[in-house]
Design a protein around this ligand. Structure first.
Ligand code: ATP
Ligand code: MG
Ligand code: FE
Length: 340
């Protein structure tokens, strides 16, 4: 008996096969990066159309890789929120069709909760209770996670998400799309102390984030402040590396600092971190230092489950076991339109 899991909330078409013990038998992800690169961000209409073309080939690949057939599918899990409406609808329509055809339960999944569920493959067991941080392209959320079925939001960003800030910073520095991984790579050659960027909200107790001011500081450091006569150094590869390293360090300082505050506030003895930015090597290193110092367990999602994938939608197993099955007329809940 296996779960068939689908994810199409943004620009990756993903299908996974996960058994009842939460072993990932197949995890197929078709990225659309090359389709969106020339626009510098995800174009919703382009994304929906690409999902339509890719969802069935991904399904075939996932079943083939898992060595399972549709007859082995005991349930279908699918991300229904949040995300781009057209993109979500493709995955949901495929999931509904399969669930109806096979007469198996359909389980609707929240993408952000799924990002945190992926930490179970770092822990090799259920990692909760824990403080949870989701750092991704669209979200920077801190949770008190009691169980996989009970996540309480402690705080969020008042403007940009951390991943969005990395993507925009990379664009300012002329680094290739998608920005987060390029910025990390450039930062390797740079000095994180070259430029002192602000650490917004780090010195207050509120569990909130703001990255737009930090982004503007980077823009001024790279291009000069409008109306100012002070010249800025030319954007040589060395300067780009210094700015990338300094900006990454500032964002990581804030993320690690707020996790530590949330651990103090809740008294939890474990920290779970998921989402695309959790792939960042410097963030992982600094989280390890902080949690070792506080003697708290750290479960960061394994890299292959950080950026969007369908394996993480295996949170559907937990939901199913709790009786949270969705009707076949369940709808998508896109939430906010994603900023570009
Ligand atoms: P959300 O999960 O909020 O709906 P999303 O699904 O588009 O948004 P993810 O796929 O979870 O986002 O993560 C993508 C983000 O992660 C991008 O902003 C990307 O730049 C960032 N990212 C990926 N790898 C790294 C890295 N190594 N360092 C920093 N950022 C990274
Ligand atoms: Mg993506
Ligand atoms: Fe995501």
């Amino acid at each position: 008996d296996v779960l068939l899991a689908l994810e199409s909330s943004c620009d990756e078409t993903a299908v996974a096969v996960v058994d009842r013990d939460r072993n990932v038998l197949a995890n197929v992800v078709a990225s659309q990066d090359e389709l969106h690169r020339r626009w510098g961000g995800v174009v919703p209409e382009v994304a929906s159309r690409a999902h339509v073309e890719r969802v069935l080939p991904c399904l075939d690949d996932a079943l083939k890789q898992s060595g399972k057939s549709l007859d082995d599918v005991a349930a279908v899990g699918v991300v229904t929120q949040p995300g781009l409406v057209g993109s979500l609808l493709v995955g949901l329509t495929a999931a509904k069709t399969i669930a109806w055809l096979l007469d198996v339960p359909l389980v609707a999944v929240n993408h952000i909760e799924a990002h945190l569920f992926a930490c179970r493959w770092a822990a090799d067991r259920d990692p909760f209770p824990a403080v949870g941080l989701v750092v991704s392209g669209g979200h920077t959320n801190l949770y008190d996670c009691r169980t996989t079925l009970d996540f309480e939001l402690l705080g969020t960003t008042t403007d940009d998400a951390a991943g969005e800030a990395f993507d925009k910073a990379a664009a300012v520095l002329g680094l290739p799309y998608p920005g987060g991984p390029s910025l990390q790579k450039a930062a390797l050659q740079g000095n994180p102390k070259a430029v002192r960027f602000p650490r917004t909200f780090l010195n207050n107790e509120r569990l909130e984030f703001s990255f737009s001011g930090m982004k503007t500081s980077l823009l001024y450091a790279a291009q000069g402040q409008p109306g100012s006569q002070t010249p800025v150094p030319p954007l040589t590869p060395e300067r780009v590396a210094d700015l990338a390293a300094s900006f990454q360090e500032a964002v990581v300082d804030v993320l690690v600092g707020k996790c530590e505050q949330a651990l103090k506030a809740t008294g939890r003895m474990a920290l779970c971190v998921g989402g695309g930015v959790a792939a960042n090597a410097r963030l992982r290193e600094r989280l390890e230092e902080m949690t070792a110092r506080r003697k708290v367990a750290l479960w960061i999602s394994p890299r292959e489950f950080c950026t969007d994938n369908a394996a993480m939608a295996a949170i559907a197993w937990d939901l199913l076991e709790a009786g949270r099955v969705s009707p076949l007329d369940v709808d998508v809940l896109p939430g906010l339109v994603r900023k570009r």
